[in-house]
Design a protein around this ligand. Structure first.
Ligand code: FAD
Length: 467
C-alpha cells in the first residue's frame, strides 16, 4: 500500500489549498472528498451568494438608472437565467479546482473518510470500502448549518442556506431567522429579486460584530428595498396551512404568514463520523482543538478551516492550510489572526480588518481616527454611490494601523489595501504619502490617513482627535 506524505480530508478552500500547497513542495498527497470538490464555499456559500449578489446589484443599478438618464421601462428580470448563471459560475470554478489538483498530481479519492488509526484512513462510498496510509493527516471537513428544533428543515418550506442556494426559484415571501452576515446578504438579494422578506433577529442589532455606522446604513438600505426588519424578537412556528407557515414573534401582536423560512443561525464544526475520539483527537467546545501550528492533540494530525471554529471564513481556511502544510513538512509556522480582513456583501458592502473601533477603545492604547465619506469622493459621486465611509484607527505612539472599516460601494475590495498596510507595518503617515490614482475609490484611504493626521485635503479642517 502506498503511504502518502499527507492525506487531506475535505476538499473545500481549506482542504484543496492544503493539498495543492503540499504537492507544490514535492509531497505525495491525496485528497478525500465525500461530496463535491470546492466544499461549502464553492457550492453552498461564498460563490453562489456572490454570483446572486452581482445579479442583484446590476438589477438594482438598472432600476435606479433614471438618474443617469437610463430608463428601464419594461425591464424584465429572468430569475431562471440568474440561477443558471450562478450554476455556471460554480461549475466553472469546480472544474478549475479539479484541474489544478490533477495538474499538481494530487490523488483524489471520492467517499467519506474515517480515521482508523493515527496513520490509517478508511474511505467508504456506498458499499465500497478502501483504506489508505499517510504519515500526516490534515482534517478539513468544514461545518454545517445550525438548525432550530422548532423549525425542522424539510428542504421545501423550511430551509438552511444550503437548500436555499440550490433552489430553482425564489419564493414570493420569506422569513429569514438570523441577522448575521448570511441572513443580511440573502435578505438583500431576495428583496431585490422580488421576494417579500421579513428579517428576524433576536439580538437588539443586526450584524453585531460590524461597525455600527455600517450596520445603520445596511438597515436603511434593506428597509428601502422593502425588507421588514424585526429586531429583539424570538420566533415560534404557530402553524401550517395550505403550504404557508404561520409564525409568531415574541412581544409582537401580528402573525407572520410566509411561503418559506430560512434559518440563518450560523454554522457548527463538522466533527461527526470522523473517528476523532477513537484515535484521541480532542474536541474543544465542539470544534477540533488545535494549537497555533494547526496541530491537534495527535502530533501528526492537523485541522484547518471551519472545523477549528477560529474564524469561519474561506480565506482563513486557506491561510490555516498553508500553516498546517509547512508544519506537516517539518516547519514551525504559527497562525496569527491579527490581520484577517472580512467582508460582507450587503447593500452596501462592508469591509473590516484588525480591531474594530470598540476594540481599539477597549485596548487602552491611544489612537487617532481618520475617516472619509463617500459623498466627498469624486469617483463615488460619478458612480452615483455616495453613501458610505472609510475609517481607520492608528496608534498615536508609532502610527501603525490598528484596524479599519469601510462601508459603501466596493468596500470589500477597499479593505484589502488596509490589510496590506497592517500586515507590512505601514504607518498612517506612510499610507498618506502613497500616491493614489484619480478618480478612484481607494483615494478615500489616503484621505482617511491624511484625516487621522488632521490634514485631509477634501474635508473641512478639524483638530486631530486623540481618543
Ligand atoms: P468546507 O468548505 O465546508 O469544505 C469541507 C468539505 O469537506 C466539504 O466538501 C465536505 O463534503 C467534506 N467532508 C466533510 N466530512 C468529510 C469526510 N468525512 N470525508 C470526506 N469529505 C468530507 N466565507 C468567506 O470567506 N466569504 C464569503 O463571502 C462567504 N460567504 C458564505 C456564504 C454562505 C451562505 C455560507 C454558508 C458560508 C460563507 N462563507 C464565506 C464561509 C465559507 O464558506 C467557509 O468558511 C469555508 O467554506 C470553510 O472552508 P473549509 O475548507 O473549512 O470547509
Amino acid at each position: 500500500m502506498v503511504e502518502f506524505d499527507i492525506a487531506v480530508i475535505g476538499g473545500g478552500p481549506g482542504g484543496y489549498t492544503a493539498a495543492i500547497r503540499a504537492a507544490q513542495q514535492g509531497a505525495c498527497v491525496c485528497l478525500i472528498e465525500k461530496g463535491k470538490i470546492g466544499g461549502t464555499c464553492l457550492h453552498r456559500g461564498c460563490i453562489p451568494t456572490k454570483a446572486f449578489f452581482s445579479t442583484a446589484r446590476l438589477l438594482d443599478m438598472v432600476r435606479d438608472g433614471a438618474v443617469h438618464g437610463v430608463h428601464a421601462d419594461g425591464l424584465r428580470f429572468d430569475i431562471e437565467a440568474a440561477i443558471q448563471r450562478k450554476n455556471k459560475v460554480v461549475g466553472k470554478l469546480e472544474s478549475g479546482v479539479e484541474k489544478l489538483l490533477a495538474e499538481n498530481k494530487v490523488e483524489i479519492f471520492r467517499g467519506a473518510a474515517t480515521l482508523e488509526g493515527t496513520n490509517r484512513i478508511r474511505i467508504h462510498q456506498g458499499s465500497v470500502t478502501g483504506h489508505i496510509q499517510a504519515r500526516n493527516i490534515i482534517l478539513a471537513p468544514g461545518s454545517k448549518p445550525i438548525t432550530l428544533q422548532a423549525f425542522p428543515v424539510d428542504g421545501k418550506n423550511i430551509l438552511t442556506s444550503e437548500e436555499f442556494l440550490a433552489m430553482d426559484a425564489f419564493p414570493e415571501s420569506l422569513v429569514i431567522i438570523g441577522g448575521g452576515y448570511i441572513g443580511c446578504e440573502l435578505a438583500g438579494i431576495a428583496a431585490v429579486f422580488g421576494t417579500k422578506v421579513v428579517l428576524v433577529e433576536k439580538m437588539p442589532e443586526l450584524l453585531a460584530l460590524s461597525d455600527p455606522q455600517a450596520v445603520k446604513e445596511v438597515e436603511r438600505q434593506l428597509v428601502a428595498k422593502g425588507v421588514d426588519i424585526r429586531k429583539g424578537a424570538e420566533v415560534a412556528l404557530q402553524g401550517r396551512d395550505a403550504g404557508k407557515l404561520q409564525l409568531r414573534l415574541s412581544g409582537q401582536e401580528d402573525i407572520l404568514e410566509t411561503d418559506m423560512v430560512l434559518c440563518a443561525l450560523g454554522r457548527r464544526p463538522n466533527t461527526e463520523n470522523l473517528g476523532l475520539e477513537e484515535i484521541g483527537v480532542k474536541l474543544e467546545n465542539g470544534a477540533i482543538g488545535v494549537d497555533s501550528h494547526m496541530r491537534t492533540s495527535v502530533p501528526n494530525i492537523f485541522a484547518i478551516g471551519d472545523v477549528t471554529n477560529k474564524i469561519q471564513l474561506a480565506h482563513v481556511a486557506s491561510y490555516q492550510a498553508e500553516i498546517a502544510v509547512k508544519n506537516a513538512l517539518g516547519g514551525t509556522a504559527e497562525a496569527d489572526y491579527r490581520v484577517i480582513p472580512s467582508t460582507i456583501f450587503t447593500f452596501p458592502e462592508i469591509g473590516q480588518v484588525g480591531l474594530t473601533e470598540r476594540q481599539c477603545h477597549e485596548s487602552g492604547r491611544d489612537f487617532q481616527t481618520g475617516w472619509f465619506p463617500f459623498q466627498a469622493s469624486g469617483k463615488a459621486l460619478c458612480d452615483g454611490k455616495e453613501r458610505g465611509m472609510v475609517k481607520l484607527f492608528a496608534d498615536t505612539r508609532d502610527g501603525t494601523i490598528m484596524g479599519a472599516s469601510a462601508h459603501g460601494e466596493e468596500a470589500a475590495t477597499l479593505i484589502s489595501e488596509l490589510a496590506v498596510a497592517m500586515q507590512t507595518g505601514t504607518t498612517v503617515s506612510q499610507l498618506a504619502e502613497v500616491v493614489h490614482s484619480h478618480p478612484t475609490l481607494p483615494e478615500m484611504i489616503k484621505e482617511a490617513a491624511d484625516d487621522a493626521l488632521g490634514r485631509a485635503v477634501h474635508k473641512v479642517p478639524r483638530k486631530v482627535r486623540k481618543n
